[in-house]
Ligand binder design. Sequence first.
Ligand code: C6P
Length: 413
Amino acid sequence: MVNRAFLSDRTRQDFPILHQSVNGHPLVYLDNAASTQRPGCVIEEISRYYREDHANVHRGLHALSTRATQLYEAARTRVARFLNAAQPASIVFTRGTTESINLVAASWVTARLRPGEVILTTEMEHHANLIPWQIAAQRTGAQLKFLPVTGEDGAGVDWDRLERLLDELPVRFLAFTHISNSLGCVNPIARICQAAKKVGVITLVDAAQSAGHSPLDVQAIDCDFLAFSGHKCCGPTGIGVLYGKSHLLEQMEPYQVGGEMISSVTYERAEWKPAPHRFEAGTPHIAGAIGLAKALDYLDRLGRPAIESNDHLLGRLAYERLRELPGIRILGPRQDRAGIVSFQLGRIHAHDLVAYADQFGVALRGGHHCTQPLMRKLGLSASARASFYFYNTTEEIDRLLNTLRSAADYFGA
Ligand code: C6P
């Protein structure tokens, strides 16, 4: 396989962490769905910010605070451009996808749903896009319903059933993932949001696995909320984004309260700033937002359509190569998959397989991938997962295959 068409040729040198040996072997980093790596320009920008511009934001009148505030707000504008949001005020900085979804669950869903109304989601969701709805349903008396995952290896959701369910059930809120972190399938988000909008259902897209991988235009998708994490798209950990339509954010009460999110406070009561500031209580992750903006610049220089097709190429190639292994069971669809491939090899426990691969410098993830109910439905307690990004090479897929062959011999699978 010629590697010329792949983005790795142009990008690998930008990632210092990839150029190391692990356990005496060149590192093969295939755990990108858990967290991607950062290019040098992001690491540099964070350190430059701390060296030259750091102070608290929105508070001080001195030069450093003014500079830090400008950089932080410029990062918000950068994220808005990344998502094609109509205005920067639609962008709330959070700690990550998990916090973004919890914010919507606490401030919109729990405040508005009535007993008997339905929160609809799917059977493939990450715990971050499941447990907040369980709790919201318990608190409001709403029902939590699921679109089933079809096929014995989890091909995906049959989205043709959505419109009928939206007609039959009193659905108020629909939350679903764009790309499944366990199955690697890609859900048709624009079509789903349009069907929901027709019947006045509010939508939330979990874009944790897609924001750094695919073009995203929130106006074209017409979702009401969208969440993603910086660390899964070349940015820092501890910073994430909640996009919300402005009229919804303005109606919502804050999720946390404290410094900087108020317009006035007396001993008895407080009033809030407009969105997004009412949702950012306390000192935010300033360096995180600035580093994230740099990461988005990097991704857009590469081009998200190019990243997406590179991911899909690597995902498809890995899927087809893994199928060569006797006794392998691969989860998710064969076609239309992203660069995430979960599998079970013979009777080898995923934890043993991942520990074995690590001895050869190959970083995989093994476990339930925070989708325990989905794994249970597929009859598994765990699976191994290889997840790719644009800096991965086809030679790394060869290394993965060799390592798995050797593991099968070693464990007698
Ligand atoms: N999935 C994985 O290895 P946080 O942890 O807040 O950045 O992202 C949570 C999250 C939400 N939705 C999806 C679809 C996700 O994949 C994740 C994180 C990682 O698959 C860590 S469990």
